[in-house]
Write a protein that binds this ligand. Structure first.
Ligand code: SR1
Ligand code: MG
Length: 423
């Protein structure tokens, strides 16, 4: 268990104002004095406390890492050092991702807390998708974001010495990496105590999947990639709950799972959660709206996301090949340029294949593992929910079993509706 240090105390709405009062820049940003500040705790994630503080002149968001997993309680201790890795991630990618992350006002290592820009009128993308809202720029922004954050922290852009410093730093995020190893790549595939699923409706599907050696080998294959392919600095948990959106703006939040890993892991998180959103829409039909238009829009966003990522990553590679992998000095002639272009396209194909495989693992873990998603959990009728979940599992299993059927993103867009829930 981490030594929490003398300054650490778990905050509440009463202890936040005196803490902020001692921070000149944050106090001035809020305006007034502590009696004027309105504080509420709004955290709905699995791990942390999140306070919103409104003052007469401004607002802030304060996030504190608890020394345990919030949704499980103190019986599941968890290092609050994750706040340090979140902060280190934001600092590492900030030069490359422009305004796609929140502004950080203050970081307190001892209290494991970060005070950042209060994003308003933004909401969590997952909530918006559940409500049937469209965010025309979000998928493009996240494709752009993953390309920038991953390209610039990879061996394609950095000398290996710098990249290895990053690998060493983020290797310290072991407790969070352990969560991902256990909850994504291991536990969903056997009867682990922390698993749950919609029962009895999904009992058969869960048992079938856990007896499917081919699926388990494929999941383990992606688990191996997760632990051994240090391609770039990853956000590590880039699902639709880690993206805040307004009509015109998109921000990536919550990179506490950051580490050096395979780029397809971040791609797959966003991709897999878009597919879960697609399948969950069947459980949200109303007499006036069968959600078919919303589903069609979500599926378009899957293509927009991948196409944007691919184009942006290749453009960055063409312009900023300043690292030790595919060094520019080696490829000077026209023949070199042709061979290099082919090699770059082949690399993008491997990222595509990884996105699909990691995305499938992410879908399965949210249905058969410990931590589920509101898109599906919020469907109150268990039969309707199970139908959506069963269809999601069937699509995920196909992605894992038959990568040869998915060469282009259009292949995915065509396959998704073939696994319609019976609803
Ligand atoms: C114990 S934490 C469970 C999950 O919540 C986070 O969002 C991550 O996805 C993690 O796997
Ligand atoms: Mg999170």
């Amino acid at each position: 268990m981490t030594n929490l240090g003398t300054s650490y105390q778990i905050l509440d709405t009463a202890s936040v104002p005196p803490l902020i009062d001692a921070l000149d820049p944050v106090r001035s940003l809020l305006g007034g004095s502590r009696a004027d500040w309105h504080v509420r705790e709004v955290g709905d994630g699995n791990l942390n406390l999140v306070f919103l503080v409104d003052g007469p002149e401004g607002s802030i968001c304060l996030k504190q890492a608890l020394p345990y997993v919030r949704v499980a309680g103190p019986g599941w201790p968890m290092s609050p050092e994750r706040a340090h890795f979140e902060n280190a991630y934001f600092r590492s990618v900030a030069p490359y991702v422009g305004g796609l992350i929140p502004m950080i006002h203050h970081y307190d290592a001892g209290r494991h807390l970060t005070i950042m820009e209060r994003l308003s009128p933004h909401i969590i993308l997952r909530q918006g998708l559940i409500a049937g809202r469209r965010y025309p720029h979000a998928a493009r922004a996240i494709g752009d974001y993953v390309a920038r954050a991953c390209f610039y922290t990879s061996d394609l852009a950095w000398p290996f010495e710098r990249k290895l410093d990053g690998v060493a730093l983020f290797a310290g995020n072991k407790p969070l990496i352990r969560i991902s190893v256990d909850l994504i790549f291991t536990e969903p595939y056997f009867g682990a105590a922390r698993n749950r699923h919609t029962s009895p409706q999904l009992d058969q599907a869960a048992s079938d999947l856990r007896r499917d050696a081919q699926i388990k080998v494929r999941a383990a294959h992606f688990g191996r990639k997760f632990l051994t392919e240090a391609q770039a600095l990853l956000h590590g948990d880039l699902h639709s709950g880690s993206v805040m959106v307004s009509e015109t703006d998109t921000r990536v939040i919550d990179p506490e799972f950051a580490f050096y890993g395979p780029i397809g892991f971040d791609l797959g998180a966003f991709f897999g959660n878009l597919l879960l959103s697609w399948y969950s829409q069947f459980g949200r039909k109303t007499p006036g709206d069968d959600r078919s238009a919303h589903r069609a829009w979500i599926l378009e966003q899957v293509t927009v996301f991948w196409d944007t990522f691919r184009a942006r990553f290749l453009a960055l590679w063409a312009e900023h090949a300043t690292g030790d992998v595919f060094p520019g000095a080696m490829f000077a002639s026209t023949a070199d340029a042709i061979a290099l272009a082919a090699a770059r396209n082949a690399f993008m194909d491997t990222l595509f294949e990884d996105m699909l495989g990691f995305g499938a693992c992410k879908m399965i873990r949210r249905i058969l593992g410990f931590a589920h998603v509101l898109d599906l959990e919020g469907i109150e009728d268990p039969n309707a929910r199970a139908d959506c979940e069963r269809a999601s599992l069937a699509m995920a299993a196909t992605l894992l079993r038959h990568p040869e059927h998915f060469k282009r993103i259009e292949d995915v867009a065509q396959a998704v509706p073939r696994f319609q829930p019976r609803l």
